[in-house]
Design a protein around this ligand. Sequence first.
Ligand SMILES: Nc1ncnc2c1ncn2[C@@H]1O[C@H](COP(=O)(O)OP(=O)(O)OP(=O)(O)O)[C@@H](O)[C@H]1O
Length: 375
Amino acid sequence: MARISLDHLRHAYTPGLAEAGIYALREVDHVFEDGGAYALLGPSGCGKTTLLNIMSGLLTPSEGHVRFDETDVTMLSPEARNIAQVFQFPVIYDTMTVAENLAFPLKNRRVPKDEIQRRVADMLGRLGMTQKGKRKARGLTADEKQKISLGRGLIRSDVAAILFDEPLTVIDPHMKWQLRSELKALHKEFAMTMVYVTHDQTEALTFADKVVVMYEGEVVQIGTPEELFERPQHTFVGYFIGSPGMNVLPCALESGEAVVSGQRLRLPAHFGPAGGQMAQGRRIELGIRPEFVSLVPRGEGLPVTIERVEDVGSEKIVRARLGDLPVSAIVKEDASLPAEADIAFAPHALNLYSDSRLVDTTPGAARATASGRTA
Ligand SMILES: Nc1ncnc2c1ncn2[C@@H]1O[C@H](COP(=O)(O)OP(=O)(O)OP(=O)(O)O)[C@@H](O)[C@H]1O
């Protein structure tokens, strides 16, 4: 297994696009640690597949380098990089049996016969396909074929990394959970470097130790599921992760207060220096997750109009409007809702954003804030 370093990668699909400044990847500079389980998460078109294909060698980046440990592999083919790939749709040999398909990558590497038999039997068990080992792959369901593709990727122990591109798209919903758990178990057991592309936050958060969130050709945050939830480094992360996503409220800062939709909100004390030194002309926003918004009696917070309440099991999602801004709150199922409500924000959970990037409001960070950098 290898540590994969992406060194100042940029990619435009044609020289014309590069000249026009249209990059599918704008700047990616990141290290995937040896043995880590990563998810590349982001909406359609944000550059996930482009990045994965650059890592696998299917695509050569316009700029920058890819290194596997200390070796520069930027110009090497996928075969020369020794990686396993699992694609969105199954890639298997219909005329071979299920077992032969699984054995194929091992035979190619001249693994001894008895070792192949042992590993194939083990993988068939893990995939729940022991009874189907001798069946021809032709005629299997799309689910089953994709499970074989996964098995073929996972059966080799000598690969630098395993790259998955939305591998569960064709899998039946109730099987997805089982296969994800199996992938996670295999990762724990063999500590393989795995990179898993998805646009589904549940898939990303349950599979990965670290989630790499991409937006418009850039990595906007790399973090554990908890970090992405608690401290979104970019408003997009706040909006994309969570259901409903983080409330993002445009505001102006004035002597320790935020003016949100014409209402004044006293900010936690530590926001003072950061807010005071914020450069003029920036787009300033407050971020607060619905889990940290509460409904309080009129006069105790910011006045809102409740527009609707959605019942979601043990909780209710309250959709309200603060002036012209939509705000969501998550409250307990049995919480009573005042007819005329205000909203209050848990101070510890308030985040401040400048041009979509999180402002470090911890004491001592004012200098970085003033120059526009974020932590
Ligand atoms: N072969 C290509 N030629 C030109 N532009 C491309 C090509 N492939 C992708 N793009 C563009 O590059 C950008 C990133 O695409 P990419 O497929 O990497 O995104 P993605 O996040 O994987 O999306 P999806 O989840 O829909 O696969 C998009 O704007 C896309 O239109």
